[in-house]
Design a protein around this ligand. Structure first.
Ligand code: NAD
Length: 380
């Protein structure tokens, strides 16, 4: 019977990768589960609940020593990596393209790694897509953060003390996070405008009750698998100007634009921030990949000319209960793909397994990670 180990996250991370209900499901799959003491505590799932579900509670070292599949959210700490034995399977959100030296180290230690952020965005993989789950949490929380910093109401009010006009919210990028931000801002009663380079999303945006602002001449690439591609310089200039015109009239801007594998597109210039109304708020969800706003600082909240710019890059950790529930479902669905009758079953003909596996047999086997490694290996 295969043994899966759940490690406790470190630092300010409050989420946990598996819930007690997930322990039950794994047992039905003839899989034993060892959970590090306190792993779910910050998300309000106590050791007792894991034990009751059939897990064995143990210390970190014991788990790494005795289990063959380790699951966690964030990349392993140096303590965890040093304790890992050859042949261990590690499943986590490793962001391999940004953590290439870590991947090289894991390959050399002969750890088989699966990176959950590399799960393809296909219909079959939807139930395992951790990026979509966490973007949903981030899009929702971004709006609540903006609302709590905004010195005005979101909804329109007609009261005896006068009429309050609704907040104007501008959302850049209508992917998973952006769509959730639109829905949340609309529920709070704001008037919402949206920019995206993919014309496909116009209908979805309008269904949610927002106005789609089109910039002509966007490059839309069907082969990009539903993701955006980089735009021409001329388009970027035109878009920046139009965004500027809408930004200066907005109370809140939520930026959620990304192109996979690239730095975040810069959509809001410093001049635009300077021209915005004092008291307005920008939440830049792309802070960790350089920010969509030129003046955003990762994991900081700054105020420039009265405009608050929030660059919080781990919003899902601020909602640990539901974020962990979603991650727990995602990981169970992934484990169902690689565990069969209590044994590990890696079928590399399966596109989800192939795309997600980063290292095996001391080698980096994921093509794009391998290519980046070849280009950058000399620098570390
Ligand atoms: P996604 O790929 O689903 O959506 C990105 C959207 O941006 C796409 O619709 C794309 O067409 C659009 N886009 C690309 N270039 C654009 C441009 N120049 N102008 C307008 N739109 C453009 O991504 P997602 O999962 O929704 O994530 C969005 C962002 O949120 C990412 O940067 C992601 O890292 C971030 N995120 C942040 C947190 C956090 O806690 N801060 C958590 C999860 C995700």
């Amino acid at each position: 019977m295969i043994k899966v180990g759940v490690l406790k996250e470190s630092g300010s991370e409050k989420r946990v990768i598996l819930l007690p209900e997930g322990v039950r499901t794994l047992q039905e799959m003839k899989t034993a589960v060892w959970v590090e003491a306190g792993a779910g505590k910050e998300a309000y799932f106590q050791d007792g609940a894991y034990k009751e579900a059939g897990a064995r509670i143990a210390e970190k070292g014991e788990i790494i020593e005795n289990t063959s599949v380790i699951i966690k959210i964030n990349p392993p700490t140096s303590e965890e990596r040093n304790a890992m034995k050859e042949g261990t399977v590690l499943i986590a959100i490793l962001q391999p393209l940004s953590n290439i030296s870590l991947i090289d180290e894991l390959a050399k230690k002969n750890i088989t790694t699966f990176s959950l952020d590399c799960i393809p965005r296909t219909t079959r993989a939807q139930t395992m897509d951790v990026l979509s789950s966490m973007a949903t949490v981030a899009g929702y929380k971004a709006v609540l953060l903006a609302a709590s910093h905004l010195p005005t109401f979101f909804p329109m009010f007609i009261t005896a003390a006068g009429t309050v006009t609704p907040a104007k919210v501008l959302i850049l990028g209508a992917g998973v996070a952006g769509l959730q931000a639109i829905a949340t801002a609309r529920r709070l009663g704001a008037v919402v405008e949206v920019f995206d380079v993919r014309a496909d999303v116009k209908e979805e945006v309008e269904t949610l009750g927002a106005k789609f602002v089109e910039v002509e001449g966007a490059v839309d690439e069907a082969r990009a698998g539903g993701y955006a591609v980089e735009q021409t310089g001329e388009f970027q200039q035109k878009q920046k100007q139009l965004i500027h015109n809408h930004a200066v009239k907005s109370d809140v801007i939520i930026t959620a634009a990304q192109i996979p594998g690239k730095a975040a597109p810069k959509l809001i210039s410093e001049e635009t921030v300077d021209a915005m109304k004092p008291g307005s708020v920008i939440v830049d969800l792309a802070a960790s990949s350089g920010g969509n706003c030129e003046v955003c600082k990762n994991n900081e909240t700054i105020v420039k000319n009265g405009v608050t710019i929030i660059g919080e890059s781990n919003l899902p950790a601020t909602m640990p209960v539901d974020a962990s529930k979603m991650l727990g479902k995602n990981i169970i669905n992934f484990l169902k793909l690689i565990i069969n009758k209590g044994e590990l079953n890696l079928d590399f003909k399966d596109d989800i397994i192939k795309n997600t596996c980063i290292t095996q047999n001391k080698e980096i086997i994921n093509e794009s990670v391998k290519n980046l490694f070849m280009k950058t290996a000399k620098t570390f």
